[in-house]
Design a binder for this molecule. Structure first.
Ligand SMILES: Cc1ncc(COP(=O)(O)O)c(C=O)c1O
Length: 413
C-alpha cells in the first residue's frame, strides 16, 4: 500500500475518483468524523446533518450506546456463519417481534436484499402454502425498492431500469393511493402487493389511510399478502417505531434496513408465523445475515428508541419543522407543498434547478440537505435532534430561501 500524505478533502476526492466506480453523483465534500447531528471535514469545517446518511443514523453519528455495543461485541465474536447459533441476532429479533406484528425475522444486509427476500417469501408461500400459482407482485408507480435486478424490476420508476434489460418478470405497477388501480393490476394474477407507507425516494409521498386500509381489505379478500417496505421509514423515523402503526393496519411481511443497524449494514424481513413457515432450510440464505456485530448495534438502536423519549422528540421536532416550512411556503416564492410525517419531511419546489442550488448553497453554509425526485427538498435529521439544532438549520435554510427563491408575490403568486 502506498504511503499517503495528510488527508485533505481535495486529495481524498481525487483518490476516490481514481479507484471507486462512478455510480454516485457525489458532492465535493469529505467527512472524517461525526457526533450526533454534526459532521466534520478533514479541514475541521463543521456541518449540521439533516440527512443522517440517508435515513440510516436515526440516533445521530456515533451514539455512545451504539458505539459501546459494537465495541463490546467486536471484542467477543464477529461472525460464525448461520450454521451455528449466536445470541445478538436472537436478541434483536426478540425485540423486533415484541414490538411489531411479526413472529419471525430473517436478517440480511441491505434494503434491496430484504425486499428480494420478501418477494421470494411471498412467492414460495403462494406455491407451497396456499397451493396457488398467483405469484405476481403489484408495486406502485414512483416507488423505490433497491438496485438489484429484482428490485429495479419491482421499482416503479423508469430511471433505475435504463440500460439493464432484460428485467425480471412478475411485477406490475399500479398508481399509488389509487385502490381501483391496485385492484385492476392484481386481478387474477398477483399473490402480493408491495408498497412503501411513505414513498421516500419518490419525493416523500405518504399513503392515505383509505388507501392502506383498502389495500389490506383487498389482500384479505383475494388471499394476497401485503408487504410494507419500511426500509426508509421504519425504526422511528415517522414518530412510531414502524410507519404502519399510524394506520392501524398490519402487513403480512415488512422489510427493514438503513436505520435498523445503527450505521452498520443490516437488513431484515419480518413476517407472521403463517407466512414465515414457507421458508424452510435451503430455501433462502445469506452469509452475513444476522452478523453478530451488526445485530448488537441494532439491539442498541432499539433499546435507545424504546426506552428514551426519542419517538416523542421525533414527533415534536417533526411538527415544528413542518410548521416552519409551511410558514416559509407562505413567505417565499415557488414552494408547492410540504409533506411528511415525523422526521421525514419533503418540501416540493416548482423549480428543481433552484432546489439543486439550494442544496449546494446549504452545503457551503454547513447544512446537509438532500433533493429527492428532482424537486423535493428532503429533510431526514436524526430523531434526537434538539430544538437548538433545528432552529440553527432553519435559520440557514431561511436565508437561502430568501436568496434563491425570493419573496412571494403579495397577491399570492
Ligand atoms: C424504501 C426503500 N426500499 C429499499 C431501498 C434500498 O435499500 P438499500 O440501498 O439498502 O439496498 C431504499 C433505499 O433508499 C428505500 O428507500
Amino acid at each position: 500500500m502506498k504511503k499517503t500524505a495528510k488527508l485533505t478533502s481535495a486529495s481524498l476526492i481525487e483518490r476516490s475518483d481514481r479507484v471507486l466506480m462512478n455510480t454516485y453523483a457525489r458532492f465535493p465534500v469529505a467527512f472524517v468524523r461525526g457526533e450526533g447531528a454534526r459532521l466534520w471535514d478533514p479541514e475541521g469545517k463543521e456541518y449540521l446533518d439533516f440527512f443522517s446518511g440517508l435515513a440510516v443514523l436515526n440516533l445521530g453519528h456515533c451514539h455512545p450506546e451504539i458505539v459501546s455495543a459494537v465495541r463490546a461485541q467486536s471484542g467477543l465474536l464477529f461472525h460464525t456463519s448461520n450454521l451455528f447459533y449466536t445470541e445478538p441476532p436472537v436478541r434483536l429479533a426478540e425485540a423486533l417481534v415484541e414490538h411489531s406484528f411479526a413472529d419471525k425475522v430473517f436478517f440480511c444486509n441491505s434494503g434491496a436484499e430484504a425486499n428480494e427476500g420478501a418477494v421470494k417469501l411471498a412467492r414460495i408461500y403462494a406455491r407451497n402454502r396456499r397451493k396457488d400459482e398467483r405469484v405476481g407482485v403489484v408495486t406502485m408507480e414512483n416507488s423505490f425498492h433497491g438496485r438489484t435486478l429484482g428490485m429495479i424490476s419491482a421499482t416503479g420508476q423508469e430511471k433505475v431500469k435504463v440500460g439493464f434489460a432484460p428485467l425480471l418478470e412478475g411485477f406490475q405497477t399500479a398508481r399509488f393511493n389509487d385502490l381501483a388501480s391496485v385492484t385492476a393490476a392484481a386481478s387474477g394474477w398477483a399473490g402480493a402487493v408491495l408498497l412503501e407507507p411513505i414513498q421516500g425516494e419518490g419525493g416523500v409521498f405518504p399513503a392515505t389511510p383509505e388507501f392502506i386500509t383498502g389495500v389490506r381489505k383487498l389482500c384479505d379478500r383475494e388471499g394476497m399478502l401485503l408487504i410494507f417496505d419500511e426500509v426508509q421509514v421504519g425504526i422511528g423515523r415517522t414518530g412510531e417505531l414502524f410507519a404502519y402503526q399510524h394506520y392501524g393496519v398490519e402487513p403480512d411481511i415488512l422489510t427493514l434496513a438503513k436505520a435498523v443497524g445503527g450505521g452498520l449494514p443490516l437488513g431484515a424481513v419480518l413476517a407472521t408465523n403463517a407466512v414465515a413457515s414457507a421458508f424452510t432450510p435451503g430455501t433462502h440464505a445469506t452469509t452475513f445475515g444476522g452478523n453478530a456485530v451488526a445485530t448488537a448495534a441494532g439491539e442498541a438502536v432499539l433499546n435507545v428508541i424504546l426506552t428514551g423519549k426519542i419517538l416523542e422528540n421525533c414527533r415534536r421536532q417533526g411538527k415544528a419543522l413542518r410548521s416552519a416550512l409551511e410558514k416559509f411556503a407562505r413567505k417565499y416564492a415557488g414552494i408547492r407543498e410540504i409533506r411528511g410525517r415525523g422526521l421525514i419531511v419533503g418540501m416540493e419546489l416548482e423549480d428543481g434547478e433552484k432546489g439543486q442550488r439550494l442544496i449546494r448553497r446549504a452545503l457551503d453554509s454547513g447544512l446537509i440537505l438532500n433533493l429527492a425526485h428532482g424537486n423535493v427538498v428532503r429533510f431526514l435529521p436524526p430523531l434526537n435532534l434538539t430544538t437548538a439544532e433545528l432552529a440553527r438549520g432553519l435559520k440557514i435554510l431561511e436565508k437561502l430561501l430568501a436568496e434563491i427563491l425570493g419573496a412571494r408575490d403579495p397577491r399570492g403568486k
